[in-house]
Design a protein around this ligand. Sequence first.
Ligand SMILES: Cc1cc2nc3c(=O)[nH]c(=O)nc-3n(C[C@H](O)[C@H](O)[C@H](O)COP(=O)(O)O)c2cc1C
Length: 193
Amino acid sequence: MMELFELMKHRRSIRKYQDRQVSRQDLEKIIEAGTYAPNAGGGQRSIILGIRNQALVEKIGRLNLASFDRSRLVGGYVSKEQPSVIDDPSMKSGFYGAPTVCVIFAQKDFLYSIPDAFCCAENMVLMAAELGISSCIIARGEETFDNEAGAEFLQEWEIPANYIARCFVLLGYCDGEYPQAKPRKESRCKIVE
Ligand SMILES: Cc1cc2nc3c(=O)[nH]c(=O)nc-3n(C[C@H](O)[C@H](O)[C@H](O)COP(=O)(O)O)c2cc1C
C-alpha cells in the first residue's frame, strides 16, 4: 500500500487502456470512495453511476465527443505519452477505449453541483490508484447527454429530471508504459504568516 502523498504523485490521467475489465468489487469500492467526498452543505447530492460494459462505454464516449468544439482549444497541448482528444483530432471517443466509466450526476439548480461532482471524481481516482487501477477524469458531462440518444440513456438509468451529468471517471488498466508526472510549475504556492 502506498503512502498518501506518494499515491497522489503516482496517479496519472491514463488515455490508453488494456481490454482487461475492472472487477465489480473494485468498482464498488471506487464508487463508495466517491460518496465519501466533501460535499457542499453536507447534502450528499451527487449520484454516481458505474458502467462496467465496454461497448456501452464506447457509445457514451462517442456522444461525449460529438459536440466537442475543438476550435476553442487551438494550440492546446495535453500529453505526448497519453495524447488527449485535444492532441489527436482523429479520435472518435472521448473515453479512450476504457472498459469502465462512472458518470457523476449532480442537482442541476444547485450552486455547488460542479465542485461537488469533481470532489467525488478526485476521491475516486485516488481510490482507483490505491487499487492499482488507472483512471482519467473527463469533462463535458452536460453536452454528452444533451441529445436524443443521451436523453434515452438518462431515462433508462432512471436519473431524476433535475439532475445533470457533470463529469466522468474512466477506469481500467494502463496499456504500455505508465507515464511520469510533468514537472510542477514554479511560483504557484504561497504562504503568508
Ligand atoms: C476538471 C478536469 C477536466 C478534465 N477533462 C478531461 C477531458 O475531458 N479529457 C481528458 O483527456 N482529460 C481530462 N482531464 C485530465 C487532465 O487532462 C489531466 O488531469 C492533466 O493533463 C494532468 O495530468 P495528470 O492527471 O496525469 O497529472 C480533466 C481534468 C480535470 C481536473
